[in-house]
Design a protein around this ligand. Structure first.
Ligand code: NOJ
Length: 560
């Protein structure tokens, strides 16, 4: 059955009372790994177009597509060479326009990624900067500096790349340039007016092609301290630090908000409701809320929710703090469990006591045996928790198929730049990016067409056969049908928009909240069965319920 959309969520004109993005479920398409239309082993726009009926039947409101621009792919598209071209690996601008139009026909909005902190080293501006030489105006669009020490052989400061090693690379002419990520990703200088003008123009280019918003990569990193001071010595990671804002020379500087206020004005030039979502990492929830003030961005990813452990107290405190800090700025919360940068959550939840540090792939150290049955049971419960919370939610492709992290990719196939930059001490993020399984019993599991000329760009494990969309469709016990039913109910139930929640009293280890009218969500994170509160009907549960008892690591939605 095709869901009946709630008007405020899916009205494509954007004229309804509450904007769609306040409660949207946005599906993340990691384009390389979603669906391969032309058989070259890499996902593409043709593949996304062919799977729009699937996305519609899943019941999502929008898709966020990871970078699709022209790129040498040093960081799988997060190194953009031309923001107005689609990479030939993925298609053409005409294909993108067609996708946007077809998605809209399916009632699905489209949000590309934009990467404003850095370009590719193959971008025309960076090439011009290299050619023009030291001290040239072309170099002022990036962050070039002389080195330190008598012969300038030391980097200009002690900043480090997020991918490992120093954040500076030296050119043969002696200048150093800044890259907070890989050397192929030189940081732009957001003190330069050309940079502002160029990105506002790129936003208009895509808005006028019908996109409904943008996910903003590294939104908290654009502005650097003008004097580029050294970083303070690292605090001991073994000692728990208080959650407080610490002035940092390149993360979350106050001036970054001026950029986004200007972007908001650009978005508001276009008819309908457009939405920005910030990838912003801030020291405190209050600092994060500053990104989504009324005249700034619309939403930001809630990484605190993603990083919370499978623990009732931890989750409740994240939920309460998120809602409380967003309320004064009037922004909706967002909830996210997985994305293309972190270990998939059935795997995270399948190990004992993961810590927050444990989540980021960059410091991923599997500890102890993996109990994937447990992890999956928790992932089912987590989905019902997430989708019952006020605000919007993100679903990372394959999460609805219950995919675990692929932890045993052979070393020879690993591609994430983090691996190289870390001197192979980190495995990187490939394990959550393996092409997803659609159908069949063997690779490429419908990811590529039968006559494909190349295998999927990362090998799919044999157990992908159990997870195909084909196999799960119609199986009421599958993860896919759980997500489908939850999304359908979420659309239809009047309580499940962007309205408040009220916690109900429950013993330690159990989360129970009420949403008006007539809806209760119960999640049992304890080790004992928990009796369901009084209810009229069980609308949905993450596992079978016997004698009105919710088993450990189960969740239920109740009509009350
Ligand atoms: C955050 C993105 O999510 C990640 O995949 C990328 O490597 C970095 N930003 C650099 O653009």
């Amino acid at each position: 059955m095709s869901p009946t959309p709630k008007e405020h969520r899916t009205d494509m004109s954007g004229t309804a009372a509450a904007p769609w993005w306040r409660s949207a479920v946005i599906y993340q398409v990691y384009i390389r790994s979603f669906a391969d239309g032309n058989g070259d082993g890499v996902g593409d726009i043709a593949g996304i177009r062919s799977r729009l009926p699937y996305l519609k039947s899943l019941g999502v409101d929008a898709i966020w597509i990871n970078p699709w621009y022209k790129s040498p792919m040093a960081d799988h598209g997060y190194d953009v060479a031309d923001y107005r071209e689609i990479d030939p690996l993925f298609g053409t601008v005409a294909d993108a326009e067609q996708l946007i139009a077809e998605a809209h026909e399916h009632g699905i909005r489209v949000i590309p990624d934009i990467v404003p902190n850095h370009t590719s080293d193959q971008h025309v501006w960076f090439r011009a900067a290299l050619a023009a030489g030291s001290g040239s105006p072309e170099r002022e669009r990036y962050v070039f500096r002389p080195g330190r020490g008598p012969d300038g052989a030391q980097p200009p400061n002690n900043w480090v790349s997020r991918f490992g090693g120093p954040a500076w690379t030296r050119l043969p002419d002696g200048d150093w340039y800044l890259h907070l990520f890989a050397p192929e990703q030189p940081d732009l200088n957001w003190q330069h007016p050309d940079v502002h003008a160029e990105f506002e123009s790129v936003l208009r280019f895509w808005f006028s092609r019908g996109v409904d918003g943008f996910r903003i990569d590294v939104a908290h990193g654009l502005v650097k301290h003008p004097e580029l001071p050294d970083l303070a010595p690292l605090r001991d990671p073994a000692v728990e630090q208080p959650r407080e804002h610490v002035d940092h020379p390149h993360w979350d500087r106050d001036e970054v908000h001026d950029i986004f206020r200007a972007w908001r004005k650009v978005a508001d030039e276009f008819e309908g409701d457009r939405c920005f979502v910030a990838e912003a990492w801030a020291d405190t929830p209050e600092r994060l809320a500053a990104y989504v003030r009324e005249d700034a961005l619309h939403t930001a990813f809630n990484f605190d929710f993603l990083m919370a452990t499978w623990d009732a107290e931890d989750l409740r405190s994240v939920i309460d703090t998120s809602l409380a800090t967003l309320a004064p700025v009037g922004a909706p919360a967002t909830w996210v469990l997985s994305n293309h940068d972190v270990v998939r959550h059935p795997t995270r939840y399948g190990r004992k006591s993961p810590t927050r540090r444990w989540v980021a792939n960059e410091s991923y150290r599997p500890e102890g045996p993996l109990d994937l049955t447990l992890g999956t049971r928790r992932a089912r419960a987590a989905a019902l928790l997430m989708l019952a919370l006020p605000g919007g939610a993100y679903v990372y492709q394959g999460e609805e198929l219950g995919l675990p992290e692929v932890e045993d990719l052979p070393e020879s196939v690993l591609q994430d730049p983090i691996r190289e930059r870390s001197g192979h001490t980190e495995r990187g993020r490939d394990g959550c990016r393996v092409p997803i399984p659609w159908s069949g019993r063997s690779a490429p599991y419908g990811f590529s067409p039968d006559d494909a000329t190349a295998p999927p760009w990362l090998p799919q494990p044999p157990h992908w056969a159990e997870h195909t969309a084909e196999r799960q469709t119609g199986d009421d016990t599958s993860m896919l049908e759980l997500y489908r039913t939850a999304l359908l109910l979420r659309r239809e139930h009047p309580a499940l928009g962007d309205s408040p929640l009220t916690w109900l009293d429950t013993p330690a280890g159990v989360l129970t909240f009420h949403r008006a009218p007539g809806f209760v969500c119960v999640v049992n994170l304890s080790t004992a069965p928990h009796p369901l509160p009084d209810h009229l009907a069980v609308l949905l549960s993450s596992g079978p319920i016997k004698d009105d008892l919710l088993a450990p690591d189960q969740a239920a939605w109740l009509a009350v």
